[in-house]
Design a protein around this ligand. Structure first.
Ligand code: DQA
Length: 145
C-alpha cells in the first residue's frame, strides 16, 4: 500500500484562527480529518507533519519512507532554496498545495521557489487544494497521471 506524507509549514498550526478571510475557518485538525477520510477512500496510508522550522521540514523530507508528498510550505514557498533542494532531491512525486490563491495576492507571494522542483501546484481552493493534491499524488503513484 502506498504511503503519502502531508507536510504543513510555518503558521499552519494556526489554521482556523489565522486570517480566516484568506485561509478559511477550518482548523488543521479538521483539514487532517478530511485528508484521512480521502486517504481511506483512495486506499493509501497517510502521515501528517507540521512544523514552524525550516530544518525540520527538510529533515522529514530526507528521512520519510512515504512514497509521495503533499506540501504546503507556508511562507517558505517564496524564499526557501534549501527546502526546494530537499524537494528536488526527494525521489517520489511532490505536489505543492496552497489554501489561498498565491498568484492573486501580494507580489512577494506570487513566486514559488518550490514549484519548479514539484510535479505541480494547486492553489486557491481552500481545503480542496490539499484534497486535490492528495488525489494527484495517489494518481501519480499509480501512474495514472
Ligand atoms: C499559504 C500562502 C503563503 O503565502 C502563506 O505564507 C501561508 C499559507 C497558503 O496556503 O495559502 O502561510 O501557503
Amino acid at each position: 500500500m502506498h504511503k503519502v506524507l502531508v507536510i504543513h509549514g510555518p503558521n499552519l498550526n494556526r489554521l482556523g484562527q489565522r486570517d480566516p478571510l484568506q485561509y478559511g475557518a477550518g482548523t488543521l485538525k479538521e483539514l487532517e480529518r478530511s485528508l484521512l477520510e480521502l486517504a481511506v477512500e483512495l486506499g493509501v496510508t497517510l502521515e501528517t507533519f507540521q512544523s514552524n522550522h525550516e530544518g525540520k521540514l527538510i529533515d522529514i523530507i530526507q528521512t520519510t519512507d512515504a512514497h509521495g508528498i503533499v506540501i504546503n510550505p507556508g511562507a517558505l514557498t517564496h524564499y526557501s532554496y534549501s527546502l526546494r533542494d530537499a524537494v528536488a532531491d526527494y525521489p517520489g512525486p511532490v505536489v505543492e498545495a496552497h489554501l489561498s490563491n498565491i498568484h492573486a495576492r501580494e507580489p512577494f507571494r506570487q513566486q514559488s521557489v518550490i514549484a519548479g522542483a514539484a510535479k505541480g501546484q494547486i492553489s486557491g481552493l481552500g481545503f480542496n487544494s490539499y484534497l486535490l493534491a492528495l488525489r494527484a499524488v495517489v494518481a501519480l503513484l499509480a501512474e495514472e497521471l
